[in-house]
Design a protein around this ligand. Structure first.
Ligand code: NAI
Ligand code: MG
Length: 369
């Protein structure tokens, strides 16, 4: 079996507590002979700043670039509020995203049957939900130039952001969407606002062409992003993969995430371009939540978002689909048994901490491998 290089960046706050549970799963998979992971661990965020004055060290950036996948916990906290802007904890994550060229952000929204009644939507609307929002992460209005506030000199100022997308940026995110859909239910919904935005017209054109030329066996539908937001809340199960730009993706992925519940449950992945020589993609996997300073160090953080991020890593970086399915099924089984951390506690359920939740998931995972 080829050995895969995994870089673990636990970070700050609850990051290390959640990451410890993933480390145990990695160790377990190595011991069982179902994987061969060589792991390295490094500091990132505030803890890295405390140790050497930077949110991520150059040497650790090199390790990240050489790794087959990076697992990231969370960074930040009030302790580092007054740190200079360039060294602030988030700078570590931004540098990773930039240097690894992670242009595709994957945010699944999955409804675990045991949590269907915890949603703000009716259970029948979200029961069995399994959709994937693919957000373009390195272009669009967050990065386009000009980007400034100018003084108009008449007591007025003007704030300017510019939405820019080039053909190649749309092509690569479209291809990623179709490739993901091929491993799922084969349907892509592309969302933009071509009715009012030129970049939306181009987005629509390019996605349509990539579909026609390379993926015509799959289903493509176009939806205006505002209507898409309504449909996500009205009937989310109609979707499989939704592909959209940076700004709409930011909002739509947050909306989709909250269809199914707690921040402690939500994984994500960010993928870079495929290396034509090796066929491998740079990739970073992280929970959606932050460092949760309010509960850090108490042993009560929900490790599921971090563990589910590792399941995505197994699926997308290592093609270990069976193991990823097994790990996700283990999470579902533990929830079904009523084992809950405080953030997802329900009447009659058994309240556990981070370590117990991790152990329960490992034990269920063992039974499914
Ligand atoms: P947060 O996600 O850290 O916490 C929001 C709320 O959700 C808190 O009440 C927290 O206790 C709870 N929560 C989050 N994850 C949980 C888990 N796994 N289990 C149980 N409860 C959980 O967001 P917040 O409070 O806005 O930010 C705290 C710090 O984290 C800030 O410094 C922020 O900049 C940073 N942050 C870092 C991110 C990252 O590393 N990618 C993302 C978001 C925030
Ligand atoms: Mg957001």
């Amino acid at each position: 079996m080829n050995t895969s290089k995994l870089l673990l960046l636990p970070g700050d706050g609850i990051g290390p507590e959640a990451m410890a549970e993933v480390e145990k799963i990695v160790g377990f998979m190595n011991d069982e002979g179902v994987a061969s992971f060589a792991t390295e661990k490094a500091l990132v965020g505030g803890s890295a700043y405390d140790a050497h004055g930077e949110a991520i060290a150059d040497a650790d950036m090199e390790t990240a670039l050489a790794a087959d996948a990076v697992l990231f916990g969370a960074v930040g906290g009030p302790k580092w509020d007054s740190v200079p802007y360039d060294q602030r904890p988030e700078a570590g994550l931004l540098r990773l995203r930039k240097d690894l060229k992670l242009f595709a952000n994957l945010r699944p929204a999955i409804c675990y049957p045991a949590l269907a009644d915890a949603s703000s939507l009716k259970p029948e609307i979200i029961e069995g939900l399994d959709i994937l929002i693919l957000r373009e992460l390195t272009g669009g209005v967050y990065f386009g130039e000009p980007k400034e506030i100018i003084d108009l000199g008449n007591g007025q100022k003007r704030g300017i952001d510019t939405q820019v997308y080039d053909t190649y940026e749309i092509e690569r995110i479209a291809r990623a969407a179709f490739e993901l859909a091929r491993t799922r239910r084969g349907k892509v919904t592309s969302m933009e606002k071509r009715n009012v935005m030129k970049s939306g017209v181009l987005w629509n054109e390019v996605v349509t062409r990539v579909h026609r030329e390379e993926f015509s066996d799959l289903q493509l539908e176009h939806m205006l992003a505002d209507a898409g937001g309504m449909q996500l809340v009205r009937a989310p199960k109609q979707f499989d993969v939704i592909v959209t730009d940076n700004l709409f993706g930011d909002m739509l992925s947050d909306i989709a995430a909250m269809l199914t519940g707690s921040l402690g449950m939500l994984p994500s992945a960010s993928l870079g371009a495929e290396d034509p020589a090796t066929g491998k993609r740079k990739a970073l996997y992280e929970p959606v939540h932050g460092s949760a300073p309010d509960i850090a160090g108490q042993g009560v953080a929900n490790p599921i978002a971090m563990i589910a991020s590792f399941a995505m890593c197994l699926r997308y970086s290592f093609q270990k689909v069976r193991e990823a399915d097994a790990l996700e099924a283990a999470i579902a089984e533990v929830l079904e048994k009523g084992i809950r951390t405080p953030d997802i506690m329900a009447p009659g359920a058994t309240r556990v901490g981070t370590v117990e939740m991790g152990a329960a998931i490992r034990s269920a995972f063992r039974g499914k491998l």
